[in-house]
Design a binder for this molecule. Structure first.
Ligand code: SLL
Length: 172
């Protein structure tokens, strides 16, 4: 196994979440009537639209990411969610914002350690008041405003990659 010394290769990703307010009908039929939102947290290729469900083809990241683990808040019954194929995402309902730990596991050919990202789940279209404080709009206002999006761009960086891993990256 040969490393390609001096080479650094970047792969752009996007991670984050969308969230929508649950309708009163949805809340009435839910096993968790205290839940107010449905949200999806995801890791995607930066080349695909963050809120699109399309995966695969040139936009896919699964040729170098084999597993994504999302560590949710401990209020969830099984907080560690392991996703072994795209789309690398978790959809849940809930009532609160919290920090999600996202662990990227690369394919064995990379010989890379995992990469850990933190994402603050955003449910509310926060607004700034006249006195500069952040405020959560009332649910009716939030529901009218539509889905909340919170996405970040990042790049996974591989330094001195193994030749066979580089071949896999370059073939996509
Ligand atoms: C807060 N620090 O107090 C945060 C915690 C936890 C959110 C938010 C659902 C849990 C469940 C849920 O939304 N937890 O019922 O499964 O705002």
């Amino acid at each position: 196994r040969v490393r390609v010394r001096g080479l650094t290769i970047h792969r752009p990703i996007i991670y984050g979440n969308t969230a929508v307010v649950l309708s009163s009908e949805e809340r009435a039929s839910s096993p968790h009537p205290d839940h107010t939102h449905r949200w999806t947290v995801a890791v995607r290729s930066a080349a695909s639209a963050p809120d699109s469900d399309t995966v695969g083809g040139a936009d896919d990241i699964s040729h170098f990411i084999k597993r994504v683990m999302f560590k949710l808040h401990d209020t969830y019954s099984n907080p560690t969610r392991t996703i072994d194929k795209p789309p690398f995402e978790v959809t849940e309902t809930g009532w609160g914002e919290f920090e999600i730990q996202i662990r990227l596991h690369f394919i064995p050919e990379s010989a890379e350690k995992l990469y850990i990202i933190y994402h603050h789940l955003k449910l509310h279209p926060w607004t700034v008041t006249g006195s500069g404080e952040l405020e959560i709009p009332p649910p009716e206002v939030a529901a009218k405003a539509g889905p909340v999006h919170s996405w970040q761009y990042d790049e996974v960086v591989f330094c001195d990659p193994y030749q066979n891993f580089l071949n896999i990256l370059m073939a996509h």
